[in-house]
Every structure is written in C-alpha cells, then in structure tokens.
Design a binder for this molecule. Sequence first.
Ligand SMILES: NC(=O)c1ccc[n+]([C@@H]2O[C@H](COP(=O)([O-])OP(=O)(O)OC[C@H]3O[C@@H](n4cnc5c(N)ncnc54)[C@H](OP(=O)(O)O)[C@@H]3O)[C@@H](O)[C@H]2O)c1
Length: 268
Amino acid sequence: MAFLIKTETFHNQLTSKVTTMKIGIIGTGPVGGSLTKNLAALGHQVKVTNTRQPAELAQKAKELGASPATLQDVVRDVDLVFIAVPFKVLDEFPKDLFRSLPPEVIVVDTGNYYPFRDEKIDALEQGTPESVLAAEQLGRSIIKAFNNLLAETIASGGTAPGTPGRIALSIAGEDEQAKQVLADLCNDLGFDVVDGGTLADSWRQQPGTPAYCTELTAPELTQALANAVPGKAPQIRDEIISALMQREAWPTRQEVVAGNRAKQQGKM
Ligand SMILES: NC(=O)c1ccc[n+]([C@@H]2O[C@H](COP(=O)([O-])OP(=O)(O)OC[C@H]3O[C@@H](n4cnc5c(N)ncnc54)[C@H](OP(=O)(O)O)[C@@H]3O)[C@@H](O)[C@H]2O)c1
C-alpha cells in the first residue's frame, strides 16, 4: 500500500529542491512552535498565530523567528498552512477561513483526536478517519502529516539524509503534487517520508497504531502502516493516555517511544 516518496535531497542535503516558501502556522504550542522554529531556520518566511493578545503573540513569534498574524491573515498570501491545534478547535474556525483559499495552497493537518481533551466526537468514535472529518470541517482538501511524530522529535529528531536510522513520517492525502512538495520540505527538516495513502487511509497513522510516535525508519514505517488493524487503535490510545496520567512525572521522548513500541508488541 505505502511507498517511499522520492526526495531529490535524499542523497545530497546540499541540493534541496525546496525554494523559499511563505508558510502560515496556526498554533505555537510544541508542534506549531517546533515547525515554526525549524522552518524559519531553513530560511522560509513563516507567520504564526495563536489565541494570545497581540503583544504576547508578537513576542512568541519573535522567539520562533516568525512574524505575528491574525487568524484571518495567517492563511493569506502563503504557499502552505500548517494547522497545529487540538482537534476540537477545527470546528470553531470561521467557516470561510479555508474555503476561500486558492486550491494550490497546501493545508497540512498535524492534529490528533484525544477524547479526554477534545470530548467525544461521534463521527470519529464511529470510525471516520480524523483528517477526513477535518477536511469536511475546513471545507477543502488537506494533507495529514507530522501527527505521528512527537513534538520533541520534530524539534530535534531530524538528521541529515542518509543517516542510519533516520526517522520517517508518513504523509496522507489525495493531492500527489502537494504531497511531493511537503515530502521535500520534510526531508529538509530532517526526516524520511513514506506515502501514507489517501486521507481515508490516514487512520493507519492515528494515535494507538503501530505507526504512531514509534520513531521508525522508512521501511519500518511502511510495514507499521500495513500492520495497523482496523478498530484496534482507540483502545490502545486510551490505555496509553491512562498510563501516562498515572505517572508522577511526564516521561521523556525516549520513554514515550519505548512505551509505544512495547505496547504495540503486547509487552505492556
Ligand atoms: N505535542 C505533541 O507531541 C504532538 C505530536 C503530534 C501531534 N500533536 C497534535 O498536534 C496538535 C497540536 O499539538 P500541540 O501539542 O502543539 O498543542 P497545544 O500545546 O495544545 O498548542 C495548541 C496551539 O494552538 C493554539 N490555538 C488553540 N486554539 C486556537 C485558535 N482558535 N486559533 C488560533 N490558535 C489556537 C494555542 O494557542 P495559545 O498558545 O494561545 O494557547 C496553541 O499555541 C494537537 O492536535 C496534538 O494532538 C501533538
């Protein structure tokens, strides 16, 4: 099902094919903040928004190497938008926010659904893949990516192309051209890329699946996506969250990844 997306930069990091892009990022939490910082460091023009008052947003944007923008402006005059907010927030966006964007703007959903945080959403409880509902709510084509890497992995887990054990992420969606552009960007951010299929396939990279935050190489991730069992992930997701809540201290990135891998192998 899944195959490697070809990245021209894979064998030579000095020949990145990604030109400077104009990028809008909604959310400056661990995921949006990490993406902003690393994309700005690569030379992209990044603007960000969050829920804070202008002065606080401006300060945050400056720290991350980006410019501050309102929610309406962060999606305007950009090549690509990353959405990095809790799932339940998508339905609260103004209804015309994404519908009015030119079709060539790439919109990337980095989010996950966690019922303890987002409250139960009937369609998702009944098995609709999260990004299928997200696309419906936003009223346009989207790509799902970065949801199955921990924010800390996004921040500091990237390595040069060809590094043994290089971590891979999967990209799901219908627009092959948009997926290729994003694959090249991911490569520049330090990650190999695996095609996760269509949005309808994206349940294979949701929380609780073998592909979720287990830090796999491209061949391992391809196998993990294929190994996902329909309907199994929500229970595993909830058991992992329940175990995390009982801990006194939040685990390290290494502990989370080791725990996720052990859970998939039935060792927890
Ligand atoms: N954390 C991870 O390791 C991880 C990894 C992969 C995927 N994810 C998923 O990615 C998404 C983001 O994760 P996160 O950990 O970065 O989340 P987070 O810590 O909750 O941060 C969310 C960000 O979204 C902003 N926000 C919330 N509502 C908004 C609105 N209406 N308009 C504009 N901005 C809004 C928040 O603004 P304020 O700063 O003003 O509060 C905050 O900056 C979630 O769906 C999460 O499940 C998380």
